[in-house]
Design a protein around this ligand. Structure first.
Ligand SMILES: NC(=O)c1ccc[n+]([C@@H]2O[C@H](COP(=O)([O-])OP(=O)(O)OC[C@H]3O[C@@H](n4cnc5c(N)ncnc54)[C@H](OP(=O)(O)O)[C@@H]3O)[C@@H](O)[C@H]2O)c1
Length: 270
């Protein structure tokens, strides 16, 4: 049981180089915490003042050193792979190392609706949640909807520049959320006593993918033809399912449109 919250605290961030982890690191620094970034990379780009701990949660390397003396772990590392060893075994390895070194608060980022979907990645996240719940560490789990960045990366990957076409799966709705708001929640949760499962964090609006693509094309001045297809497979089935939505938890405030406007300005300036 957590009795005392250190402030500033020593916080280990797994997945510190990822889309979410980078923002978590930035906000922890703004809150004056001592930040450790866990990564497989030997020379990652991290902000000044962050201590790098090289290792691999899947291979169980570097974890003993990284978890030694930490108050809190924010676990964002994940890898989309067959068998999902990084998410399942990696989480197990992280928990074992953390327990060998004390009893830090383990804050885990998960995904809305994973308990209502047969999608294998969601099932792996659910298994990782179970490991966290049964770890005997003080723990908190936040489930978020898809990130704006993720939807943007999908749209980009579905664009064929040669034919000026974007091919998207039909019947898909997203309630995407800005990663800065997810990071803000995680950092706030990390500064509180362990809370178990906390309410879901969903983006401000539920949008059809076609509408999201239209907004993207408008803001980025693109004129690709948009084709919708009934794409097969569990990945697209998961996209088509609405279990990933949290209509009662539309608490994020940064819309898809404002995210894109800001992103387009940054990209134009750089
Ligand atoms: N993307 C979404 O829309 C979304 C929505 C809700 C929840 N989430 C959850 O949020 C978390 C972060 O997602 P993200 O989109 O920010 O991920 P991401 O950008 O793909 O980053 C993944 C991170 O995991 C690290 N990693 C991968 N394999 C590793 C290993 N074996 N050992 C150590 N680190 C490893 C990578 O670090 P290095 O390459 O530097 O080692 C990287 O920093 C995930 O748990 C995801 O399930 C994502």
């Amino acid at each position: 049981m957590q009795t005392q919250i250190n402030n500033p605290a020593t916080v280990l961030v797994t997945g510190a180089t990822g889309t979410l982890g980078r923002e978590v690191v930035k906000q922890l620094l703004q809150h004056s915490h001592h930040v450790r970034a866990f990564t497989r990379q030997s020379s990652p780009t991290v902000p000044q003042g962050v201590n790098i701990y090289q290792g691999d949660i899947r291979a169980r390397s570097g974890l003993a050193e990284a978890t030694k003396g930490v108050d809190t772990i924010i676990h964002c590392a994940s890898f989309f792979e067959s068998g999902y060893e990084t998410d399942i075994q990696g989480t197990r390895h992280l928990i074992e190392a953390a327990k060998a070194n004390g009893s830090p608060h383990l804050v885990y980022i998960s995904i809305v609706g994973i308990d209502r979907s047969p999608f294998t990645y969601f099932q792996a996240k659910l298994e990782a949640e179970r490991l966290v719940e049964q770890s005997n560490l003080p723990w908190t789990i936040l489930r978020a909807t898809q990130f704006h960045d993720y939807v943007l990366s999908l749209i980009t990957s579905w664009t064929d520049e040669n034919t000026s076409t974007i091919t998207i799966p039909d019947g898909v709705r997203f309630q995407s959320v800005d990663v800065r708001e997810v990071a803000d929640s995680l950092v706030n949760l990390a500064e509180q006593p362990a809370a178990g499962h906390v309410p879901d964090l969903g983006g401000p609006e539920i949008l059809m993918l076609e509408a999201m693509v239209d907004t993207y094309q408008l803001i980025y001045h693109k004129q690709n033809a948009v084709r919708t297809e009934t794409l097969p497979g569990e990945y697209f089935d998961a996209f088509r399912s609405d279990v990933k939505l949290a209509p009662d938890r539309a608490v994020g405030q940064i819309t898809w449109e404002s995210f894109l406007q800001e992103r387009a300005i940054v990209e134009t300036a750089s």
